[in-house]
Write a protein that binds this ligand. Structure first.
Ligand code: PMV
Length: 346
């Protein structure tokens, strides 16, 4: 009743921002991402009849109370319900990159947890079933089950039919249909994602809180949601054709639209700091000067800059010379979540 799994975080090129249903954690629209090799979460789950409560150790720290352990315990309940057991589990998870700083550790965390927990409980789930399960822990985790370029469905409109179907069915039905799939393998296109860390702290407003506030109070939320399906189509075509400038345009547009909808909330949500803004301008200026680069930003102040593999050194130099950048991480297209033998291999 013990298993190890490894998963990578992912970065959305077309963002997910908003929930159709909180109980089932259903996204308000689809999304499109790249799974990031080079950054990993390794998780071990062991169900142990001797335990009276679930136990969590995250990056060497024992966590005995609070939101993190509650979230993990609720997630394990979904697995226990499925198998019909009540056994508590010991969960140990290690990230080889900074947690909670807008680098989507919840994506790799819940993808690895879904795989390790189901395996430890004796279940063999398909990648689609794992993606549905991982989504209950964190929306973006559904995408980290798969490697390479990944599209997430919203559960109501089948893939590619976002614009022309009306909403029907219950949240429970939609929950079984809201999953991700690979649209291109990692080897299809060697893009690099260079991450500029501009702040070390955990983010002030978590993604769920930010999404809920945006959809309750932002007059731009509806328009934001309507923009997603056409952007997914454009991004999928750009990825298929390896068209860097087309991808740059749609990815920056999606990122800025997401942040505009959040800034339009009350009180407005601003995830950026001065260095975030400086990097936006630096990237755009470099692109105008001929360097193939574009930025994207999630629910935090870090800036993720994409470039083709052959431009990685120039791209890195651009970030290094921007004042306020504290650390630079680099990732490449990675594989989906997989079982591994222990914390050191796989
Ligand atoms: O699934 P969550 O709670 O990690 O939310 C992800 C939200 C963004 O990172 C801002 C966008 C995205 O699609 O990953």
């Amino acid at each position: 009743m013990k298993a190890f799994a490894l998963a990578h975080p992912n970065i959305a090129l077309v963002k997910y921002w908003g929930k159709r249903d909180l109980a089932y954690n259903l996204p308000g629209a689809g999304s499109l991402s790249l799974t990031l090799g080079g950054l990993s979460t390794r998780t071990c789950v062991e169900f142990d009849p001797a335990l009276r409560a679930d136990a969590l150790q995250l990056d060497g720290e024992r966590i005995t109370s609070g939101a993190k352990i509650e979230r993990v315990s609720e997630f394990l309940d979904l697995v226990r319900e499925r198998v019909g057991i009540s056994t508590r589990a010991r969960v140990t998870s290690e990230n080889d990159f900074p947690t909670g700083a807008g680098l989507a550790s919840s994506a790799s965390g819940f993808a690895a947890l879904a795989l390790a927990a189901t395996k430890a409980a004796g279940l063999e789930l398909s990648p689609t079933e794992l993606s549905i399960l991982a989504r209950r822990g964190s929306g973006s985790a559904a995408r980290s089950i798969f490697g390479g370029y990944v599209e997430m469905n919203d559960g109501v409109f089948p893939f590619g039919q976002g614009a022309n179907k009306s909403e029907t069915g219950s949240s429970k039905e939609a929950s079984e249909a809201a999953f991700a799939r690979q649209i291109q393998p990692a080897a299809h296109w060697d893009l690099r994602c260079i991450i500029a860390v501009t702040s070390a702290g955990e983010k002030d407003i978590g993604s769920t809180e930010g999404m809920v506030r945006t959809q309750r109070t932002s007059p731009y939320y509806k328009q934001w949601i309507e923009s997603v399906a056409p952007d997914i189509e454009r991004a999928a075509q750009a990825v298929a054709a390896r068209d860097f400038s087309a991808l740059a345009e749609v990815a920056e547009a999606s990122c800025l639209r997401m942040h505009a909808s959040a800034m339009g909330a009350e009180p407005g949500i601003i995830y950026w700091n001065a260095t975030t803004v400086a990097l936006i301008h630096a990237v755009r200026q470099a692109r105008a000067g001929g360097l193939p680069v574009f930025f994207t930003i999630d629910a935090g102040p870090q800036v993720k800059v994409f470039c083709p593999a052959e431009s990685r050194a120039e791209c890195r130099a651009l970030l290094e010379k921007t004042a306020g950048v504290r650390q630079i991480l680099e990732a490449h297209p990675g594989e989906g979540a997989r079982l591994c033998e222990d914390f050191t291999r796989g």
